[in-house]
Write a protein that binds this ligand. Structure first.
Ligand SMILES: Cc1cn([C@H]2C[C@H](O)[C@@H](COP(=O)(O)OP(=O)(O)O[C@H]3O[C@H](C)C(=O)[C@H](O)[C@H]3O)O2)c(=O)[nH]c1=O
Length: 196
């Protein structure tokens, strides 16, 4: 498992070692010990999975507010996505900054989205299945969203926002400027570099 930083400090890409043979391929998709070696000692307590049939299905930008804030470890079981994280911790030097990383079943690449970050993805192929580990259980009373097409965030999803296939909930999500983050920046995360 290789672990590498992204352009947004705190968000990291994990690439499992893939063993291929005539039958296909095998990889370890998660190892608590390997992540802990990198300082990523997160107690994941729930696995989620979603199937998105149309190309251009966009789920996000979502979060759960404290005390049920969730870190997520996202991977693609089938298909491909652009996975996006946005730092929304009040006081963070990178508040409002986002990063997008292409993930696919073929690459095996995963994205770690820390608590205090918005998360969303858009699918690149039909029938994409996304699986992700969460560090807190589902808490609908803490569930929240910010508009994925917000002009202040200016996320490049790689498609016309009007063409995105979204839920009614996401269609009603507030603009970033009209939203108050429930998260506070408390300093660099254990796995961030010294320059964080
Ligand atoms: C997230 C969740 C949802 N649900 C129920 C609630 C709804 O009746 C149904 C669909 O939920 P929703 O439309 O919120 O699913 P997504 O739009 O895929 O939301 C997720 O997608 C983005 C990318 C995320 O990062 C979050 O994990 C999560 O918000 O599943 C549950 O029962 N448990 C859960 O943990």
């Amino acid at each position: 498992m290789q672990i590498a930083p992204t352009s947004l400090s705190g968000v990291v890409v994990l690439t499992p070692r893939v063993f291929s043979d005539a039958r296909g391929r095998f990889c370890e998709t998660w190892s608590r010990a390997r992540l802990a070696e990198a300082g990523i000692d997160i107690d994941f307590v729930q696995d989620n999975e979603s199937l998105s049939r149309p190309v251009g299905t966009l789920r996000g930008l979502h979060y759960q507010s404290p005390p049920m804030a969730q870190a997520k470890l996202v991977r693609v079981v089938a298909g491909a996505i652009l996975d996006v994280a946005v730092d929304v911790r009040r006081g963070s030097p990178r508040y409002g900054q986002w990063v997008g990383v292409e993930l696919s079943a073929d690459s095996g690449r995963q994205l770690l989205v820390p608590a205090g970050f918005l998360h969303g993805f858009v699918t690149r192929v039909p029938d994409t299945v996304v699986g992700y580990k969460c560090s807190a259980p589902y808490a609908p009373e803490c569930d929240g969203a910010v508009a994925f097409g917000d002009p202040d965030l200016a996320i490049d999803w790689g498609l016309d926002p009007a063409a995105a296939v979204i839920s009614d909930k996401d269609a009603r999500a507030p603009r970033f400027r009209d939203w108050t983050s429930p998260f506070d920046y408390t300093g660099p995360l254990p796995w961030e570099g010294a320059d964080a």
